[in-house]
Design a protein around this ligand. Structure first.
Ligand SMILES: [Zn+2]
Length: 370
């Protein structure tokens, strides 16, 4: 073979390797990340929702996600975690004690994945169906030594500059004189408007909000009811995605199905089914967005299991399943993880909860809290 032909073949081979590997690197680093957390959502809760929803042979939106894994949930000081320590692990990549929001066990503040994304020029958002100041969303936007410091958490949320904040818990943003529960005189809705937020309180106002300005939507004084004029979790997710995707550098969005946990604490199987199906609608919205916007990683998991729900054979033909509960609190069971999109494969297998955000940060070429 003539020398020039060998050289040509060799350079073609090298070029191919470079193109393919370059493609893989680009493909495995997601521009956008959507992390959906079902609070208290164990494998029993998902099985129950499948049986009562699409049917035992049917599929939930999350059943269509190609990559699955398992997550170990214990906190730094307890086998059975609470949402504060679990939220901290999922937000910052560090295990802490129950009750602490995004601080180490020694009280050192931790960087969250959302704040890391914003430091990279991406946009950031949090959504929840309960108080937006509750532990899970708080872990992404605030640092507090105790999860019940909700007045301070509300203030930190406004000051964070996060582009999307949607949920319940308006009372934490208003002084008592204005119908809220704050012990100081701060009106954080006025402050948010001064900082450039569009402040809305209904599904209608949310949908007509401009896509290129930050939004603070608080739809209930406390937990959201799931009824009009409140938006659904899927509607909040859809609006957040159309707003956040106006940033060409991408975004990080956390979506919490918060009331799965409350219903499971009450051992209310019907309520759990309703809340998991509601959460699954938000998962479908995220997956539809990711199918259209190829550089989007969607991750679905839970902070912990609540109730230790087992799905048992129904006792009559009108029942989709029979619920067997083991506790009115949380359990230490592992929880499932589902992923779709660039980098999803890195999340397969069994991981400590604190590994999840570190893996996502790694896909961005970053380190989170060392
Ligand atoms: Zn709980």
């Amino acid at each position: 073979m003539p020398r020039s032909s060998v050289t040509r073949r060799l350079s073609l081979a090298i070029l191919t390797v470079l193109v393919v590997s370059g493609y893989c690197v680009a493909y495995s680093s997601p521009k956008n990340v959507i992390l959906l957390i079902g609070d208290g959502m164990g494998i029993g809760h998902i099985t129950a929702a499948r049986c009562a929803g699409p049917g035992r042979n049917g599929k939930l939106a999350l059943d269509t996600m190609p990559v699955t894994g398992l997550v170990i949930t214990h906190s730094a000081n307890a086998l059975v975690t609470d949402s504060a320590a679990a939220g901290t692990a999922l937000a910052t990549g560090c295990k802490t004690n129950n009750g602490i929001i995004s601080q180490t066990t020694e009280g050192k503040p931790l960087m969250s994945l959302l704040k890391l994304a914003r430091s990279m020029g991406k946009s950031g958002g949090v959504i929840s169906t309960k108080f937006i100041t509750d532990a899970t969303p708080a872990a992404f936007l605030a640092n507090a030594s105790k999860r019940n410091q909700r007045e301070d958490i509300a203030k930190q949320m406004i000051e964070s500059g996060a582009e999307v904040i949607l949920g319940g818990g308006k009372e934490d943003f208003l002084p008592r004189s204005a119908g809220g529960s704050r012990s100081d005189d701060l009106n954080l809705l006025v402050e948010a408007a001064e900082r450039g937020y569009q402040v809305v309180d209904s599904a209608g106002a949310m949908s007509s909000a401009e896509n290129n300005r930050p939004i603070l939507g608080l739809f209930a004084q406390g937990s959201m009811s799931g009824k009009r004029p409140e938006p659904t979790l899927a509607e909040m997710t859809a609006k957040a995605l159309s707003m956040l995707s106006s940033n060409p550098k991408g975004f990080f969005l956390m979506v919490e199905g918060a009331k799965i946990d409350s219903e499971a604490h009450g051992n209310n199987a019907e309520g759990v089914v309703r809340e998991v199906l509601d959460f699954d609608d938000a998962v479908r919205t995220a997956l539809d967005f990711a199918a259209e916007n190829k550089s989007t990683l969607v991750v679905v998991t839970a902070d912990h299991d609540t109730g230790g729900l087992a799905v048992l054979e129904p006792s009559d033909e009108n029942q989709a399943f029979k619920a067997g509960w083991t506790t009115g609190g949380h359990s230490g069971n592992m929880v499932p993880l589902y992923a779709y999109g660039p980098g999803a494969i890195r999340l397969t297998g069994t991981h400590e909860n604190a590994q999840i955000p570190k893996i996502i940060a790694g896909l961005w070429g970053k380190r989170l809290n060392n």
